[in-house]
Design a protein around this ligand. Structure first.
Ligand code: DQA
Length: 146
């Protein structure tokens, strides 16, 4: 049976292509979703691609993922730097988790240089633009085939 993965996107990522193109590039959220679905199909993964601007909804999605998915790829966006609730929910997920950022958060403002989830995830990708999503899917497929 195919492994099932979920890509969880946090606040404002729905505005990709419109917001701060110098940081996040010109690809739209819809195009990114389509690229991720295509790559996952190519690698034989079932994928759900989701986004919320609401912290509690993201916590609910992570909790529901425990039973439904084999791996989580998460761009928690601004909540990366603030949310103990998202960190706690991710800690309950005992399968691979990849933290993802489009921009290099360590090259930006000081408040972005701290991630509350880096030390509990399997690994991370940052600063490689929206291609990071494709790289994360490839990495997840390798983690799950082991
Ligand atoms: C981001 C970086 C965060 O600091 C920011 O709040 C985002 C996007 C990224 O993908 O580079 O919304 O997670």
């Amino acid at each position: 049976m195919n492994n099932k993965i979920i890509i969880i996107n946090g606040p404002n990522l729905n505005l990709l292509g419109e917001r701060e193109q110098s940081q996040y590039g010109s690809i739209s959220f819809g195009e990114l979703k389509e690229n991720c679905i295509n790559k996952s199909k190519e690698l034989g993964l079932n994928i759900e691609f989701t986004q919320s601007n609401v912290e509690g909804e993201l916590v609910n999605i992570i909790q529901e993922s425990i039973k439904k998915f084999d791996g989580i790829i998460i761009n928690a966006a601004a909540f990366t730097h603030t949310s103990i609730a998202i960190r706690d929910a991710l800690s309950i997920f005992k399968k691979p988790i990849i933290e993802l950022h489009i921009s290099n958060i360590y090259k930006r403002e000081e408040f972005r240089q701290k991630s509350l989830i880096s030390d509990i995830v399997t690994g991370g990708i940052f600063g490689l633009g929206s291609n990071g999503y494709i790289l994360a899917i490839i990495a997840m497929q390798k983690l799950l085939e082991k």
